[in-house]
Unconditional design. Structure first.
Length: 151
């Protein structure tokens, strides 16, 4: 791979630009992949909260939790849930969301796709380099008093 600048030039580059560019490229890649299965990124996150939980999950609890991870807010999460319900990928019973058989199938296909997309994003990047990069980014967030979400 050819880099955009020399190491000396990169050392002077703004982190904000490069983190934004990496975020934009990764999210665009992920959203395009999910769209091939008719799923939005918020819907994917919602499916992740329902899989393996036959007792379901409280709709309000899940939307409140997820709205902090994605920049779609409460309205966007409600739209995501409504889309899952409209497609029959989830059902709502007494305020609790349950994954349907069709939802489990879409989840499985998207989970396999996520593995492929992660492999593409991480091509040529070993785990040590990846972890070091995330630690640097976490340090920058800490340095400016930013907030980190813990999964």
């Amino acid at each position: 791979m050819q880099y955009s600048h020399s190491d000396t030039e990169l050392a002077g580059q703004p982190a904000g630009y490069w983190t934004w560019a990496a975020h934009t490229a990764a999210v665009t890649h992920i959203r395009a992949g999910l769209a091939r299965h008719g799923v939005t990124q918020p819907q994917w996150w919602m499916l992740n909260q329902l899989v393996g939980r036959p007792e379901g999950r409280d709709r309000a609890e899940v939307t409140d939790m997820l709205k902090g991870y994605l920049d779609v807010g409460a309205e966007g999460m409600d739209t995501a849930v409504d889309g899952l319900l409209d497609r029959g990928l989830a059902t709502l019973d007494g305020g609790r969301l349950h994954l349907t058989a069709d939802g489990a199938d879409v989840y499985a296909r998207c989970a396999a796709l996520q593995e492929e997309m992660r492999a593409t994003l991480h091509d040529g990047i070993d785990d040590e380099e990846y972890v070091r990069t995330l630690k640097v980014l976490q340090r920058m967030i800490h340095n400016v008093g930013g907030q980190m979400w813990h999964h």
